[in-house]
Design a binder for this molecule. Structure first.
Ligand code: WT7
Length: 647
């Protein structure tokens, strides 16, 4: 970790929404008088149809677990993202869509967005979708994905987006878990010149989803697809027939807004539930203050709408603020390694938000693809998804930002709805790799393994939050018990993040990564349990255990220990089959890097796999294996060490 700091320039601080003094004043107020602070923010950022009774009402206790913000207030998200901007910025571009091919661009004004969203909302209504019903989106990065999100919010339907890189199996289980009645998809998605058959995948998924009566299909690639009469309809045909008027539904602040599945340390992915009022306030406020967003800025977040970053920082935050948000269909390396930087020049992007994994892979291509572009429009850079290594930070800062743009390293989670810890560009002298300080209203603590608060600096421990923030997760869909157990049981009275962190001498935070069995592969979250379950589906697998190890490009890689059935010897052919099985079950993002054949796995006498030991072997830290006295069969470890695969 680098100990260099990059001072905030006076010039930047002078023009920023928030400078150092203002941060200190606002942060103190957000902690000491949260009710007044958040009431003020809620009025500034969001238009309400009806005011709230209580700003926040909450308990993290098991018997009474609840988080309610802006109780009994009424609002509509699509109204906030569209209608209220029409008078002042009806003709302003809301979405700059950049297709996979550089020739494919579409500008969508707020007025057009209004029309598209109202029409699609009416299509959903005609198809019987009512307030509270769940709609699954399995879509490419095309404007229709945003239209679909906003159309759901307009009528109070709850969207559940499934990333287009997930498999039919993963799509099916998510549709079933939230009992969706409608799926919106596209014939194909186009990424890097390649096509992914989304509709064909959906067809497979829907065989096991009896709740789905309608599948709305956007024509994107134009390749032939199968058609189920009565169930499948073409998006454009239906929208063309629909009325352009659709009153926004009056939603309660705590009505569900969306469900987004994410991996945890145990079991299948869970449906993280976000609600309406608090989430929108947090999304809008953080978008404006963290990126120092100003009216007229062109803002680009490179995430996919299938992840929470796409929800909050491509769609809901920017549109609530009346911004121009860029939506990119393709990948950074197509047609060549210069694509991101060309898009920045083409659309004169001022604020650019991406992931360390993308930065690392572009850095590996050298400076030439960057230096042939100008990037002079850039003012603020951001990263999200995983810790950024100092080399990548320096390259991003110097080569991409020309040394003049502050970098906001934003730490947050699917569960947090929006930024939780981050530098503010007009506030901090930046430390590469540090998320610096809590965002407004966020009260982090470091806990030791017994749950005691670690005071003073420097310190390191489990990162927990001692009170709710407006964008906080409100539940695990359909499973209140799992909600409590996953987030509040480990350290009673706290929301536990699953991350470890340290606080340096100056009180600044550094996220050190997950302390649970969750992996972070290229900023994508995967549970070791779901990968193990996928491996276990292969008939030749008796048992499997999965751990992560550091990987130069993807941050972490997947290392699997597999015991073949009946003492058989593993073959390269079987390895290939296992890698394919995991890919089929979860999707291409779940790429198993290494398989070690393991005649046995290290277990306690009660049969629990000792993952700590497997992690040490994978990372070649054999000397610091720790206490192995509880092992049922110590010889198992010697064998694994002797046959470890190089990482
Ligand atoms: C996990 C959450 C929230 C958007 C993307 C990921 C890791 C996220 C950072 C960061 C270090 C980070 C954490 C967290 N993470 N941002 N700036 N520095 N680590 O959302 O899939 O819910 O994953 O990503 O480990 O717990 P997610």
């Amino acid at each position: 970790m680098s100990d260099k700091t990059f001072p905030v320039s006076k010039e930047f601080a002078d023009q920023a929404h928030i400078n150092h003094a203002k941060y200190e004043e606002m942060y103190a107020r957000s902690i000491n008088d949260p009710d007044a602070f958040w009431a003020e923010q809620a009025n500034e950022y969001v238009t309400w149809f009806k005011p709230w009774k209580k700003t926040v009402d909450w308990s993290f206790a098991q018997a009474d677990l609840h988080i309610n913000w802006f109780t009994e207030a009424k609002l509509n998200v699509s109204y906030n993202c569209i209608d209220r901007h029409l008078e002042k910025r009806g003709d302003q571009t809301a979405i700059i869509w950049e297709g996979d091919s550089p020739e494919d661009t579409r500008l969508i004004s707020y007025r057009e967005l209004h029309k598209e969203v109202c029409q699609l909302a009416n299509v959903l209504k005609e198809r019987g979708v009512k307030k509270g019903d769940r709609v699954s989106l399995y879509m490419p990065m095309i404007p229709e994905a945003t239209f679909a999100m906003l159309a759901c919010t307009r009528i109070g339907a709850v969207h559940s987006i499934v990333f287009g890189g997930f498999s039919p199996e993963a799509l099916s289980s998510r549709i079933q878990d939230s009992d969706c009645s409608v799926v919106i998809t596209a014939d194909q998605s186009m990424r890097g010149g390649k096509r992914v058959p989304l509709k064909a995948n959906a067809d497979v998924a829907l065989k096991t989803c009896p709740s789905v009566h309608t599948c709305i299909v956007v024509k994107r690639g134009g390749d032939p697809i199968e058609w189920t009469e009565g169930r499948d309809v073409w998006y454009h045909d239906e929208v063309a027939k629909a009325s352009v008027d659709c009153e926004p539904e009056q939603m309660d602040s705590e009505d569900p807004l969306f469900i987004l599945y994410t991996s945890g340390s145990t079991g299948t992915p869970k449906g993280v539930l976000h609600t309406t009022g608090g989430y929108l306030v947090q999304a809008a406020m953080s978008h404006k203050t963290v990126f120092d967003y100003k009216d007229g800025d062109v803002y680009w977040c490179t995430a996919d709408v299938g992840w929470v970053t796409g929800h909050t920082y491509i769609v809901y935050g920017p549109l609530t603020n009346g911004a121009t948000t860029v939506m990119f269909e393709g990948i950074p390396s197509y047609p060549d390694m210069s694509r991101f930087w060309q898009i920045i020049d083409k659309h004169q992007v001022n604020i650019f938000y991406t992931a360390p994994t993308a930065i690392r892979s572009l850095m590996a291509a050298g400076n030439e693809p960057v230096e042939k572009t100008s990037r002079a429009s850039l003012r603020v850079l951001g990263t999200v998804g995983e810790p950024i290594n100092p080399e990548a930070w320096d390259w991003y800062h110097n080569v991409i930002g020309g040394g003049r743009c502050p970098i906001v390293d934003t730490w947050w989670q699917t569960e947090t709805g929006g930024h939780m810890m981050t530098p503010l560009p007009g506030v901090n002298d930046l430390k590469p790799g540090s998320a610096m300080q809590p965002f407004f209203g966020v009260s982090p603590v470091l806990l030791d393994d017994e749950g005691n608060v670690i005071e003073g600096n420097p310190a390191a421990g489990n990162l927990a939050i001692d009170r709710p923030w407006p964008g906080a997760i409100r539940g695990v869909y359909g499973d209140p018990k799992r909600f409590y157990e996953t987030y509040f049981a480990m350290f009673p009275g706290y929301y536990f993040t699953g991350d470890g962190a340290r606080r340096d001498e100056d009180g600044h935070y550094w996220i050190t990564g997950r302390v649970d069995d969750v992996l972070n592969i290229s900023g994508h979250r995967l549970g070791t349990a779901e990968i193990e379950a996928a491996l276990g589906l292969h008939p030749k697998v008796a048992e499997a255990a999965v751990v992560g190890y550091p990987h130069d490009l993807t941050g972490q890689g997947i290392y699997a220990y597999v015991t073949p059935m009946n003492g058989e010897v593993g073959t390269d052919e079987l390895k290939a089959e296992l890698i394919a099985t995991v890919r089929k079950e979860i999707g291409p993002i779940a790429k198993v890097n290494i398989i070690q054949w393991s005649p046995g796995l290290p277990k306690t006498r009660s049969g629990k796999i000792m993952r700590r030991i497997l992690r040490k072997i994978a990372t070649n830290e054999i000397d610091s294996m720790g206490d192995t006295s509880t092992l049922a069969e110590p010889s198992v470890v010697d064998d694994l060490v002797a046959h470890r695969e190089n990482t």
